[in-house]
Design a protein around this ligand. Structure first.
Ligand code: THU
Length: 132
């Protein structure tokens, strides 16, 4: 477990990489894997709006491409008044590589706004165990 506010400088940097000319809603994500490595991502949109993808998905792809497979916690940042939690699709994608007690840390530019467990955000989840 990392001290919660220590993600903020990296999140702020990562959020600047967002490609979000359509929504103008930049999001950054940092995954800490169980190995201790950090993986970053930002949202990437395109002119066919539904085909864009989220910051969390970018960070998950970076983790998998590095050969890491287990997420210990994920931090997400966005500006705006409301707490930016991962969307439903990303909750399911995170579930694939994380236990229900994995922490989801939600930040604004000023710092940490809320902390959840994945199980709180995606209760009664369908996951890899269902296919065993
Ligand atoms: N978005 C994320 O990247 N992560 C979230 O947790 C919520 C939404 C992105 C998707 C889209 O590019 C923009 O934010 C507006 O929905």
């Amino acid at each position: 477990m990392m001290k919660e506010d220590s993600y903020l400088p990296l999140l702020l940097e990562v959020m600047t990489r967002a490609y979000a000319p359509y929504s103008k809603f930049a999001v950054g994500a940092v995954i800490r894997s169980t190995s201790g490595a950090l993986y970053t991502g930002a949202n990437v949109e395109n002119a066919a709006y539904p085909q864009g993808w989220c910051a969390e998905t970018s960070a998950l792809a970076a983790m998998i491409m590095a050969g890491d497979t287990r997420l210990a916690e994920i931090a997400v940042i966005a500006a705006g008044q409301d707490i930016c939690t991962p969307c439903g699709g990303c909750r399911q994608k995170i579930r694939e590589f994380a236990d229900p007690d994995a922490r989801v840390l939600c930040y604004g530019p000023e710092g940490l706004r809320a902390t959840y467990t994945l199980g709180e955000l995606l209760p009664h989840a369908f996951g890899p165990d269902h296919l065993l």
